[in-house]
Write a protein that binds this ligand. Sequence first.
Ligand SMILES: Nc1ncnc2c1ncn2[C@@H]1O[C@H](COP(=O)(O)OP(=O)(O)OP(=O)(O)O)[C@@H](O)[C@H]1O
Length: 377
Amino acid sequence: MARILLNHIYKSYGKEKDTVVKDFHLQIEDREFIVFVGPSGCGKSTTLRMIAGLEDISEGQIYINDQIMNDLPPKDRDIAMVFQNYALYPNMTVYENIAFGLRLRKMPKHEIELQVHKAARVLEIEAFLDRKPKQLSGGQRQRVALGRAIVRNPQVFLMDEPLSNLDAKLRVQMRTEIIRLHKSLGVTTIYVTHDQTEAMTMGSRIVVMKDGVIQQVDTPENIYNVPANIFVAGFIGSPPINFVTGKIEESGEHIAFQTKRFSLRIPQGHPQNAKLKNLVNREVTLGVRPENVSVERIVLEGYPDASFRGIYRLDELMGADRFIYMDIGTNTDLIARVNPRHTFNENEQVELAMDMHKVMFFNSATGQRIESGVDVC
Ligand SMILES: Nc1ncnc2c1ncn2[C@@H]1O[C@H](COP(=O)(O)OP(=O)(O)OP(=O)(O)O)[C@@H](O)[C@H]1O
C-alpha cells in the first residue's frame, strides 16, 4: 500500500543552477500505474531518481504514505527500481541475481528459494535459473531484472525505460507482461518512457512532460481527445495530429476560421462558435486528428463551407489503417485516415471535410487549448 505525493519538486544542477525539473506536483494513488512520458532530456529520469533517493531534491518534498522521504537513503525507501540496461551482476547466475537482495536482508535460505522460484514461475524464467546473464536474450535479462524487483516485495516499483533495449515484437510482449504483473501484484508503479505508444497502452494516468515542466496529467483517453496544449496534442498520436494556423473572423451570423486556402464557417449555436467568438482577429491553430478528416465530400448539415481541396501526395499503410498525405497549400501536409479500398492517383484533387465536433483550437501564441472562449491552463 503506497500513496506518493510529489510536492512542488524542483531539481537544479551545477554552478549555473540549471533547473531541469520545475514545480513538479503530483499525487499518486495506491496501486496506480503512472507513466511519465516526454522527449529526451525533459526530466523524467531525474524525477524518478529523486523518488528513488538516487538524486537530491533541490526544493519540495516527497512523501510516501505521509512519511517524508527527502533525507531517507534509497535502501530505506522500500522501493525497487528496474533500469533500461538491466543492471544484472554478470558473474552471478540468474538465481543468485534474483536472490541477491534477499540475502542482504538475511532472509532464511529456504524462504529465499521459495521467493526466487515463485518470481521465476510468474516470469517464466525457471528454466534459466542456472545461467549467467550473458547466456540470455535481452527479453530474458529484463525478466530477471523484474524478478529481482518483485522478490523484494516493495511498496513502490520505479521503472526507467525498461523495454527500450528490446526489439519491437518483444517490447509489445513485455509491455503486456508488465501490465499483467501490475494487475496481479497491485504495487504502485511509476514507469518512465519516451515512447507515446507505451505510455498510452500502459498508464492508468499519464504525466506528459516538456523542459522539466508537467504539461498535463490525465487518462490516456483525455490526453488524446482533450490535450491541454499544442505540445501534448502533437506529442501523442500516430500519425500525428494535423495543425493548421488561421485567423478568426466574424461574418454576419458566422464565425470563420480563415486560412489562405480555405474558410471554415461555424454558425451561431455550434459549440465551437462559442469557443472562438472572443478571439476575433486573433491567430489560432486548428488541430484535427487524421481519423476526423474525411476525403469524401460531405456537406455536413449547417456547414456548407466545412470542406476544402487538397492534392493527393502519398499513401501509408499502418496495420489495417491507411493514411493519405495531402498538400493543402500550408507548409505541412494534411493527413487523413481513409478506407483501405479507396485508391487515389498521383496529384489527384480531393475534397476534404473535417468533423467540426472533433476539431480542436489552440491559442497560437500561448499554445493552450481554447475551451469555452478561454485558454485551458
Ligand atoms: N548529473 C547531471 N548534471 C547536470 N545535468 C544533468 C545531470 N543529469 C541530468 N542532467 C540534465 O537534466 C536534464 C533532464 O535529464 P533526464 O535524464 O531527467 O531526462 P529524461 O527526460 O529522462 O531524458 P531521456 O529520455 O533522454 O532519458 C537533461 O537536460 C540532462 O542533461
